[in-house]
Write a protein that binds this ligand. Structure first.
Ligand SMILES: [Zn+2]
Length: 280
């Protein structure tokens, strides 16, 4: 799209070379229960999830504060209810919280009424505990249905972040009409789970990688995105990326990216608002 400086200036705010989102899906225990309901009866497995909200989150908030960047945290309603102080702290530090289901449902065949029920229940949690309405939407499995789209519009979401079909943000179309809802696309290559997600409960995943290797992959991506004036949407899970070596990986990445002039690290709500204003 934008290969020279002049074109890049029409895409991003003046002085910005590329936009980067640092996002966190705070799934906690629901990452295990949504993949396999038997895990409700396996406290040992669930402990891998609770590590995220309990132990990883303070470290993550610390590293973001060190670099002075604002992030978006997508948190299931059940996690907000179980760890309300953690969620309030995210807002108190100036970050954004977005929608991520109630129990991280993989509700691909649920139908409109069921999806609405899940969303109503989660919106009630946002109202009661956080006193906010989420502007951002991320489905638990990067997937959606016609019902999802119409509910996003009904509940006045400003943006979603779950698709993998563009290098830049874009506007959703519904019923062949452009909407003002922005999609902020991501990619499996940009998420920690692809390299680090390890679980022996079914479905089994055996991801353990060197942070040096993952750092190299992400920097190769960032350098080319920077050169092309495009968009990087990194996705982390506190229960996975909260270990000390991976916190250092986030720290090193931010140091590298912010060291390049014109890198705009931005939260979803701010990027969506900019995109609507500039490109809507
Ligand atoms: Zn998730």
């Amino acid at each position: 799209m934008a290969e020279n400086a002049r074109e890049i200036e029409t895409v991003w705010p003046r002085g910005v070379r590329c936009a980067v989102m640092i996002t966190f899906d705070v799934d906690g225990e629901t990452l295990w229960t949504s993949r396999n309901p038997d895990n409700w009866n396996r406290p040992g497995n669930l402990a891998q999830g609770s590590y995220g909200p309990k132990i990883a989150m303070p470290k993550i908030l610390g590293v973001l504060e060190k670099h002075g960047v604002k992030s978006t945290f997508f948190i299931p309603g059940w996690i907000i209810e179980k760890y309300p102080d953690m969620a309030r702290e995210v807002l108190a530090r100036g970050h954004e919280i977005g929608y991520h289901g109630y129990l991280h449902e993989f509700n691909l065949d649920a139908g409109y009424e069921k999806e609405k029920e899940i969303m109503d229940r989660t919106m009630d949690v946002f109202d009661r505990i956080l006193k906010i309405r989420p502007k951002g939407f991320r489905s638990p499995l990067y997937e959606y249905t016609d019902a999802t789209l119409s509910l996003m519009s009904k509940y006045d979401f400003q943006y979603s972040s779950m698709m993998m079909d563009d290098d830049f943000p874009y506007f959703w179309t519904m019923d062949n009409k452009a909407t003002s809802i922005v999609e902020l696309p991501t990619q499996w290559m940009w998420e920690d789970g692809s390299y680090f997600f390890f679980t022996l409960s079914k479905p089994v995943r055996r991801g353990i990688s060197s942070c040096k290797q993952v750092f190299d992959i992400w920097i190769e991506e960032f350098d080319e995105i920077y050169k092309n004036g495009a968009f990087l949407n990194l996705l982390f899970h506190p229960q996975i990326c909260g270990r000390y070596s991976r916190i250092k990986l986030i720290d090193d990445l931010l140091t590298y990216m912010l060291g390049k002039e014109g890198t705009w690290v931005v939260a979803g709500e701010d990027l969506a608002r900019f995109w609507q204003k500039r490109h809507g």
